[in-house]
Design a protein around this ligand. Structure first.
Ligand code: AMP
Ligand code: MG
Length: 357
């Protein structure tokens, strides 16, 4: 029996999750939000610092376990905002010293993918679409590889930036989704034949930017802003057209990664994966090519600490009988462990996967 406590603090969310034998016992989080403007890293870090203890004790209480039952402490080592990551790591080190338990440094993006195991996906291609990250990731030849990614901004930040510009608040994703559903194509049929009225939205052409396996979003953002400013278009139609265009770009690159790797499973991850139109488009693509579609439940889709504890447990268990276990676990030399704000998915030495596939 293993009990792992996980800490998430890569960006706006501070969370503590507890996992016992791949079962989630608790998953508590609090998110820093702003009325106006984007995330201010130092302010977010302050939020984490002020909330960490309460979240920690709440997670223990919900899981109904005592501190001394914890076997190891996993934390998000990167990628993320340095001040936020530091808050999480120093809390993890504090607990590690207090409880005399090892640390397990975890890559945030890979945790998003590994938690997909709970959906029964075994070896998927993951479309990871969050605020800051947009990547197509899959395990291939001994590592998690990035098959495609955004060349500029993450898709969630792209949506949020446009939503702020349009004055519809933050986070923009849910508001854009609602508006997109209200967009209606111009009626091309006579009034009487109402059964033939298209329920689809009014598509306004936008630039489509797929470059090889990568996508670019900043040009589309400029184009959308210009269209909105011109007052020739209504926001609902722009919201609809944005979703149709950008999600098609994501699905196209995900499909090519499936074709390239020969894998038969698509897994969604990240906050943008809450969008029902993105689900629909992924499902259609999967059906057409005989692949299975998986999506974790919402609390495991957005940034959360249960996924950090979940991957932490897999790494911890595999390192116990592996002399070359993940760095930091064996020696537990706290000074050697640091945050990795720019850690790439394919930088991570995967020492555990061969045992789980
Ligand atoms: P994360 O960074 O993974 O926590 O995800 C946060 C991002 O998800 C924000 O940019 C939100 O705007 C976005 N998001 C949340 N719900 C939706 C939705 N229904 N449609 C599109 N984006 C969404
Ligand atoms: Mg994330």
């Amino acid at each position: 029996m293993t009990i792992i406590l996980g800490i998430e603090s890569t960006a706006h969310t501070f969370g503590v999750g507890i996992v016992k034998n791949e079962k989630i016992l608790s998953n508590v989080k609090r998110t820093y939000t702003t009325e106006k403007g984007g995330i201010i890293p130092l302010e977010a870090a302050k939020h984490h610092q002020q909330n960490k203890n309460e979240i920690y004790f709440e997670a223990l209480e919900i899981a109904n376990i005592k501190e001394k039952e914890i076997d190891a402490i996993a934390f998000s080592q990167g990628p993320g905002l340095a001040p936020c990551l530091l808050e999480g790591m120093s809390f993890a080190k504090e607990l590690s010293k207090k409880l005399n338990k090892p640390l397990v440094p975890v890559n945030h993006c890979i945790a998003h993918l590994e938690i997909g195991k709970l959906t029964k996906a075994r070896d998927p291609v993951m479309l990871y679409a969050s605020g800051a990250n947009t990547q197509i990731i899959a395990y291939e030849a001994g590592k998690y590889r990035i098959f495609g990614e955004t060349l500029d901004i993450g898709v969630g930040n792209f949506i949020d930036t446009f939503a702020r510009y349009a004055g519809i608040g933050f986070p923009g994703g849910p508001a854009i989704e609602r508006l997109a559903k209200e967009s209606k194509a111009p009626q091309v049929y006579p009034e009487k034949s109402s059964s033939k009225i298209s329920t689809k939205g009014n598509y306004i052409e936008l630039p489509y930017k797929v470059k090889g396996m990568d996508i670019a979003l900043s040009g589309i953002l400029t184009n959308l802003k210009q269209k909105l400013e011109s007052e020739k278009y209504i926001l609902k139609d722009l919201a609809y057209s944005m979703q149709e265009t950008v999600f098609a770009m994501l699905v196209e690159t995900a499909e090519r990664a499936l074709a390239h790797t020969g894998k038969k499973e698509l897994l969604l991850g990240g906050g943008v994966a809450c969008n029902s139109r993105l689900h629909e488009m992924c499902k259609i693509m999967c059906k057409e090519r005989g692949a299975k579609f998986f999506c974790p439940e919402r609390p495991l889709l957005v940034d959360n600490a249960a996924m950090i504890a979940f991957l932490g447990e897999i790494m911890f268990k595999s390192s116990k009988d592996d002399p070359e276990g993940p760095s930091g676990i064996k020696e537990n030399d706290l000074n050697k462990i640091d945050i990795l704000p720019r850690q790439r998915t394919d930088d991570v030495e995967v020492t555990w996967k061969k045992k789980t596939l």
